[in-house]
Design a protein around this ligand. Structure first.
Ligand SMILES: Nc1nc2c(ncn2[C@@H]2O[C@H](COP(=O)(O)OP(=O)(O)O)[C@@H](O)[C@H]2O)c(=O)[nH]1
Ligand SMILES: [Mg+2]
Length: 219
């Protein structure tokens, strides 16, 4: 008698259900080891502090920005008096991409600066590894909302201090104290127009996240 595991010649056979079909030739699934990881980073700070400039300086794709000309109505709401020539404003967000290597892509999201768009922040920051909060020493208080936000959410962040023409170059320890950020949080000078300077700020953020994780302060 021949059962499912036996054949007439006695060599044995397998039932159809015990046979694993070969991988189809057109299965192009990427092996796990070569899959691309993506990391989401956020750039925040007050209106006109340089977020759009920051994302544009480092993105490898033309950054997707949702700039709109400031209307006479918005000029009354958004204080552009210290932002000189600024004629546009980000109405939703900035978006840029940096491919680090064939396994890691970083996505950069710039928050809309105006407080009236705060409702978008949760979606924008959801799943973010960390944030760079930009600060302009002429109006540090404009960055307090962003600092409060990331502190409350326990999102790792670093502070980038940019310098505009005519702004006094305060020593970093003084800026740190004025911003009230904890001693372990990096505060670095940053020229948002300069790709290398922006890269330094991002690497500082990644190192900070790494340190926090190593110390098991964030999951
Ligand atoms: N000097 C100087 N100017 C900057 C810097 N970052 C941005 N700017 C200028 O400041 C203005 C406002 O920048 P923008 O990126 O639109 O600010 P956002 O509102 O935060 O997106 C632009 O004219 C930029 O060229 C910086 O680090 N240094
Ligand atoms: Mg902008």
């Amino acid at each position: 008698m021949s059962g499912p595991f036996e054949s007439a010649d006695g060599r044995g056979a397998w039932s159809a259900s015990a046979t694993r079909p070969p991988r189809p030739a057109d299965d192009h699934a990427v092996p796990r080891a070569r899959r691309v990881s993506s990391v989401k980073l956020v750039v925040a700070g007050g209106f006109g502090v340089g977020k759009t400039t920051f994302v544009s300086a480092v993105s490898e794709i033309p950054p997707l920005t949702t700039e709109a000309a400031m209307t006479s109505e918005s000029k009354e709401v958004d204080d552009a008096s210290l932002v000189g020539t600024k004629t546009t404003t980000t109405v939703a967000m900035d978006f840029g991409r940096i491919t680090v290597d064939d396994a890691l892509v970083m996505y950069l999201f710039g928050t809309p600066g105006q407080e009236r768009f705060a409702f978008m922040w949760d979606d924008l920051c959801d799943g973010a590894l960390g944030a760079v909060v930009l600060a302009d020493t002429r109006r540090l208080a404009d960055s307090f909302v962003a600092l409060d936000y990331f502190e409350t959410r326990d999102t790792p962040f670093v502070v980038g201090v940019n310098h505009f023409p005519g702004s006094y170059h305060y020593p970093i320890p003084e800026v740190r104290e004025a911003l009230g950020v904890a001693p372990h949080i990096p505060v670095v000078d940053c020229d948002a127009r300069n790709r290398q300077s922006v890269k330094v700020a991002l690497v500082t953020l990644l190192q900070h996240v790494y340190e926090l994780r190593r110390a098991a302060l964030v999951p």
